[in-house]
Design a protein around this ligand. Structure first.
Ligand code: G6Q
Length: 539
């Protein structure tokens, strides 16, 4: 269904005209208790959405839009395993991977939970052996270095989580991630590592991805060179996370070291599947369970909570409000926690690969905007880089500010300073600084226009006590479901990614040209010139 054809969309358009003149400060003037009234506290999260250009009527109409678009039915359909990824004819069941409370999940006559549990147990046994030093490499030494070879969904999630949960990491294991086909990435990570204490995880759902297979083959060569050509070393130093068991065996990986998952796990939604093995190796099985439990609690909340107090739904609807009615093009993710500095990059894939679409579920080009540009950086670093534009630029950029009341490192007053910045920024963005305020200060007149802050820049503040596995699971699931809600309301397919195919295909055509052969001439003049430039300047 086209969302713009609903009554709620029309009403929202009228409502926008009625309230577009009201600033966030005006809304606070009319409702002085907004800080209380527009805060949700649930699952250990404190979500303040008061500093937005909206009122209760806005929320009511946005919820109506979700109702008219039959959002609740769509949520149920995903959880029960309907093939909602229609262009790939697949179910979308990442929620089943972390379902710690159901006794069965029947999909197409098959109970999925026993197999999910079996793989999780296999991961637990393996990770405990590596962690306690009883898993030995080819020359009988325990593993000290873990290197995950994967890209996109087989890299971004585990890399972000391992970084975020650094305080929970095993003290004697290093965990690295190599994704780029640029050989510098692998070379940099391999430098200084002893092959006989290194374990490679080849993380690839398809086991055909160019970057991952190129890195895996080079890593294999590095290992074999160390063992003077002894191919048998591969079985002890390589494991695979994949759905393609045949290709894994061909690579030389011991079949008992294959950790499988299923086609109903989308790449960018896969970190709670076997793809999360690097996480379990890093933080241990109990912390991994807490992570799953956090995910699961948010899944339940999403499934069971009425739309108007449902955290992912509410944040998704507010996003639609800015995207489709105010014309906002981007959305910033600003975690005030150094350990979360990869979170914006991770969410770029979750959100932009899911909702960066312009064809609707009926195959028609959408007449309305869909996914926003997602970007961001950890605070306070971002304040010294791009916040100037957030405060005084010409773009409207709604932002999520994320922070934790307790630090993992009690170091002087660092944390109070961090949090004072976190709180101050959303206040400055919302309320700005007026000419009248400036006139009370001793500012030279000619500088006044430059020192005015219009304010009225919308933010959501998300707080929790500490960045731990449980809270991180909740945060990630919150954004996964936010993306689902938006994709559903925009009537697009969020779980495919056809837009990444063309570039891959053309790279396949260009590679032989770069390897040699006749001078280019098959492509457009720009492409030909680039190919020739490469050929002429290699040595
Ligand atoms: C994610 C995408 C994509 C995928 C990578 C890696 O949703 O499908 O990012 O994860 O292309 O794919 P493989 O795991 O098959 O190597």
């Amino acid at each position: 269904m086209n969302p713009t054809k609903t009554a709620a969309w029309n009403n929202l358009t009228d409502h926008y005209d009625q309230i577009k003149g009201l600033s966030i400060a005006d809304h606070f003037y009319r409702q002085p208790n907004r800080g209380d009234e527009y805060t949700l506290q649930s699952l250990g999260l404190h979500i303040d959405y008061s500093k937005h250009r909206l009122n209760q009527e806005t929320i009511r109409l946005l919820v109506k839009l979700a109702e008219e678009m039959e959002l609740s039915q769509a949520i149920l359909a995903m959880f029960r395993g309907d093939r909602i990824n229609r262009t790939e004819n697949r179910s979308v069941l990442h929620t089943a991977l972390r379902d710690l409370s159901s006794s069965s999940l029947m999909v197409a006559g098959e109970d999925l939970l026993p197999e999910i549990k079996r793989v999780r147990q296999q991961m637990e046994v393996f990770s405990e052996m590596v962690r306690d030093g009883s898993y030995l490499g080819h020359s009988g030494k325990p593993i000290r270095h873990i290197i995950n070879l994967g890209i996109g969904g087989s890299d971004l999630g585990p890399a972000m989580v391992c970084q975020a949960l650094t305080p929970y990491q095993h003290p004697h294991l290093t965990v690295d991630f190599v994704s780029n086909v640029d050989g510098s990435h692998l070379a940099q990570v391999l430098a200084g590592k002893s092959p006989d204490q290194t374990l490679f995880i080849v993380a690839s759902k398809t086991f055909t991805t160019q970057e991952t297979m190129t890195n895996a083959l080079s890593a294999k060569q590095w290992l074999i060179n160390h063992y003077n050509g002894d191919q048998k070393a591969v079985a002890a130093h390589f494991i695979a996370l994949s759905t393609n068991q045949e290709a894994v065996c061909e690579f030389g990986i011991d079949p008992k070291n294959i950790f499988v998952f299923w086609d109903w796990v989308g790449g960018r939604y896969s970190l709670t599947s076997a793809i999360g093995l690097s996480i379990m190796l890093a933080i241990g099985k109990d912390n991994f369970k807490s992570l799953l439990s956090g995910f699961h609690q948010m899944d339940r909340h999403f499934l069971q909570t009425p739309l108007e107090s449902n955290i992912p739904v509410l944040l998704a609807l507010i996003g639609i409000w800015y995207n489709n009615f105010w014309g906002a093009q981007s959305h910033a993710i600003l975690p005030y926690d150094q350990y979360l500095h990869r979170f914006p990059a991770y969410l770029q894939q979750t959100d932009m690969e899911s909702n960066g679409k312009s064809v609707d579920q009926q195959g028609k080009v959408t007449s309305y905007q869909t996914g926003a540009v997602i970007w961001g950086e950890a605070g306070t670093n971002g304040q010294h880089a791009f916040y100037q534009l957030l405060h005084q630029g010409t773009k409207l950029i709604p932002a999520d500010f994320i922070a934790f009341t307790k630090s993992h490192h009690q170091m002087g007053d660092h944390h109070q300073k961090l949090l004072s910045n976190f709180i101050a920024q959303t206040r400055a963005l919302a309320f700005g600084r007026t000419v009248e305020k400036l006139s009370q200060l001793n500012i030279p007149k000619e500088l006044v226009p430059y020192k005015v802050f219009d304010g009225n820049r919308p933010t959501t503040s998300i707080m929790a006590q500490q960045l731990n596995p449980d809270i991180l699971g909740k945060l990630i699931a919150l954004y996964e479901h936010k993306v689902f809600v938006q994709g559903h309301i925009w009537n697009i397919y969020s779980f495919d990614q056809w837009g990444v195919e063309l570039g891959k295909e053309l790279a396949g055509e260009i590679l032989p040209e770069l390897r040699g052969g006749l001078a280019g001439g098959e492509f457009d003049s720009s492409t030909n010139r680039l190919i020739n430039y490469f050929r002429e300047h290699q040595s």
